[in-house]
Design a protein around this ligand. Sequence first.
Ligand SMILES: Nc1ncnc2c1ncn2[C@@H]1O[C@H](COP(=O)(O)OP(=O)(O)O)[C@@H](O)[C@H]1O
Ligand SMILES: [Mg+2]
Length: 290
Amino acid sequence: MSFNDAFAQPSTHISAVPGQTFPFEYRSVAEPGQGQRWSTWPSVVKGSHGPLPRPEWVITSHAAIDTELGVLKTGKEADVHLIERAVPGGQTSLLAAKRYRDREHRNFHRDAGYLEGRTVRRSRDQRAMASRSRYGLQMLAGQWAAAEFAALADLYQRGVPVPYPVQLDGTEILMEFIGADRVAAPRLAEVRASRPELAEYFTQLSQAMEELAANGQAHGDLSAYNVLVHNGRIVMIDLPQVVDIVTNPNGMQFLQRDCANVCAWFAGRGIERDPDELLSILAGRAFGQF
Ligand SMILES: Nc1ncnc2c1ncn2[C@@H]1O[C@H](COP(=O)(O)OP(=O)(O)O)[C@@H](O)[C@H]1O
Ligand SMILES: [Mg+2]
């Protein structure tokens, strides 16, 4: 029996010594089945893994398999899926896979305004984006994914409460799944909270906004839908359009809108906070006055 035959036949007994048999322990190498793929960790391009030090739950094994567990949310610009990355018989982890749409069905409301002040060096890319060609659509989707991945990596390293970004692969970001037992943490807009709890969430959220501002940035699309609440802590999500307050000509308007949206939402739940005061604190942080 050849080597290959032995591997092709599990649970046979192989004669090593004539007349004697011993159990041949067959360990199959798991192959990805339906809704599965090999972990894409080894194949992403250099520089597309999350920042160091890596949390211990991040699986880097080449033997790991990614399994699709379902859709967390479909949106206009991206769909978010739940993925399990696991080493067969070993470590497992849950990840959120945010996949940007790269074709006709995208809504481009974020593509205007936010990109001002950002440079796209390759003029072919610029022309493609302007013409909305297929290549241009794909490039924009990839650019949004790359922008969000970079923002997550930067903010995570600065201690801002955002999901840990595991990897970027074209139009797909894999990040820490915020939730428990395969159930995503609720958005702030969906939590049932007492007034003291809400006041606490405001404090945490304005603190996170301050950390962004100190980094020269505004979220740019902040609302109770882009904040998750997990174990009493807020986690900011959905950061592709993070705005540079200083270099983007519309930067202050985005900052002002974030403040207005957040304060209006909390005011509607009995937590009165002054948006102008918040704005002046954040602007002060951004321009280094305090
Ligand atoms: N890291 C994550 N962990 C758990 N749920 C997530 C995570 N990222 C996104 N989600 C879920 O997916 C939804 C959409 O994600 P988001 O980044 O806001 O994309 P968009 O609003 O552009 O569709 C969120 O409201 C949240 O319910
Ligand atoms: Mg969102």
